[in-house]
Design a protein around this ligand. Structure first.
Ligand SMILES: NC(=O)c1ccc[n+]([C@@H]2O[C@H](COP(=O)([O-])OP(=O)(O)OC[C@H]3O[C@@H](n4cnc5c(N)ncnc54)[C@H](O)[C@@H]3O)[C@@H](O)[C@H]2O)c1
Length: 439
């Protein structure tokens, strides 16, 4: 077995940067490569763009020899292993856009040399590693399995949750040959206690999609239940908490204004697209997408309903949005449902401002760029406040004390003393201000 001591990582974002640091901390020689010049500059200066990575940890890795560079053939050729962590977005029609993956393979190809191991880590549909990714690499004249090793090893990090980056989280890996699987597993074994080898890259690619489609489908399921609960006059949050007391066979998912981030609103479409190539319609993916994509519109309707209760129209009303990140306590606002909520409110004449302690500027789906406003002034001036993200750093007691009218989409109001018809809750209707029984 080769001793792989020099690793090049292409793409230093939410996935590539933590990987680079973990490998450096395990004593491996790492060069990080990114096509974005400003990303290279900030990382080289020791400034981390990611919540979970402190500047101190980055500086320590730089001091231990981590280099951050623009794409460079000499660095790639010198590496024993190249790991690709570039984005895998979807286009406007929600079809996979593999251009960053293909571009990364194009960067590797001229530097590819016999004996290297190439690992794709970007989330993608089954057949990518052994299909388009391999085809670009093999245009070098070298053959996967014969001249170089090729594997897929999905990432499980969950931004904002340090436990997800722990060594104890098992890793999956599937190579195009048993040797590639074993070699990638040995490398990843430096940073993960348990690495599970699969029979092929396709199986590893699909396992990653299964994990994320599972989340998307279950979130859609509780979102739909929330809509039903509004009609039935039942509190969906109480129901979910009750069901979650079952110690087996149930996993807690919660409703909200929609899904966001790089993974959950994107990855399922990779599976749906690939399924169509096999004359197969993945109805779960399509249905879950349908339900989750409709949630921002429902939030707009709730805001209009709340104002209507006061005899007010949304048209001309001042709406304060609290939280535009895609989930609590992170600065990542990619694909945030807030973009559609804000654009939907504005389209119906709402005058929208937002506050988010983690996101200084935010572009809504209609292309309008907004700047985070101080919380107190925003709430005081608002006709209605719509809470989209439950950031822990917000003083929720103070918010509910001062806000006149609130639409709460993420259960920040339960068990607080609120005034009658002050708070309209997604999945529950008007809050009574009376704490639910516990025990
Ligand atoms: N963000 C997550 O929580 C998460 C979790 C698991 C898996 N993933 C998957 O990991 C992959 C990367 O996601 P991310 O969130 O780290 O993306 P990101 O946007 O944070 O980072 C990607 C980086 O790649 C760089 N890049 C793009 N094309 C390049 C190229 N051709 N050459 C060199 N650099 C290039 C970009 O400049 C950027 O810095 C995606 O497939 C994603 O689905 C993400």
């Amino acid at each position: 077995m080769t001793t792989d001591s020099r690793v090049a990582i292409i793409g230093l974002g939410y996935v590539g940067l933590p990987l680079a640091l973990a490998l450096v901390e395990a004593g491996i020689d790492v060069v990080g490569i990114d096509a974005n010049a400003s990303r290279v500059a900030e990382l080289s200066d020791g400034r981390s763009p990611i919540d979970d990575i402190t500047d101190d940890r980055l500086a320590a890795a730089l001091a231990r020899g981590l280099r951050v560079v623009a794409p460079d053939a000499a660095d790639l050729a010198a590496a024993d292993v190249v790991i690709v962590c570039v984005p895998t977005p979807i286009d406007r029609a929600k079809d996979p856009d593999l251009s960053p993956v293909v571009a990364a393979a194009e960067v590797i190809r001229p530097a590819l040399r016999p004996g290297q191991l190439i690992i794709l880590q970007s989330t993608t549909y089954p057949g990518t590693t052994s299909g388009p990714f391999r085809e670009v690499l093999e245009r070098s004249g070298l053959r996967a399995g014969a001249d170089f090793d090729l594997a897929f090893a999905p990432e499980r990090v969950n931004p904002g949750d340090p436990a997800s980056a722990a060594k104890s989280v098992p890793r999956l890996v599937g190579g195009t040959t048993p040797q590639a699987t074993a070699r990638a597993a040995t490398l990843l074994g430096h940073i993960n206690d348990r690495v599970i080898g699969l029979s092929s890259p396709d199986a590893a690619e699909l396992a990653k999609l299964l994990e994320n489609v599972f989340r998307n489908v279950n979130i859609a399921f509780v979102n739909q239940l929330a809509l039903l609960c509004e009609r039935m006059g039942i509190d969906v949050w109480e129901v979910i908490d009750a069901a979650a007391t079952k110690p087996f066979g149930f996993m807690r998912f919660t409703p909200g204004p929609g899904v966001g981030g790089h993974c959950i609103p994107v990855d399922p479409y990779y599976l749906a697209w690939r399924a169509r190539e096999f004359d197969f319609v993945d109805r779960f993916v399509e249905l879950a997408g349908d339900i989750n994509l409709a949630m921002p519109r429902h939030v707009v309707d709730l805001v209009a309903e709340a104002l209507n209760d006061r005899g007010r129209a949304l048209n001309g009303a001042r709406v304060a949005i609290i939280g535009v990140a895609f989930k609590p306590d992170v600065r990542d606002a990619r694909n945030s449902p807030a973009a559609e909520v804000i654009a939907g409110l504005a389209a119906r004449g709402g005058q929208v401002g937002y506050h988010d302690p983690h996101v200084a500027t935010f572009r809504s789906a209609d292309g309008v760029e907004l700047r985070s406003e101080p919380l107190d002034g925003l709430v005081a001036a608002a006709d209605v406040v719509a809470v989209l993200v439950a950031h822990r750093s917000i003083d929720w007691d103070a918010l509910y004390d001062s806000a006149d009218l609130v639409v709460d989409t993420v259960d920040t109001s339960r068990d607080r003393s609120v005034r009658p018809r002050q708070v309209l809750r997604l999945g529950a209707g008007w809050a009574t201000g009376v704490a639910a029984p516990v025990g």
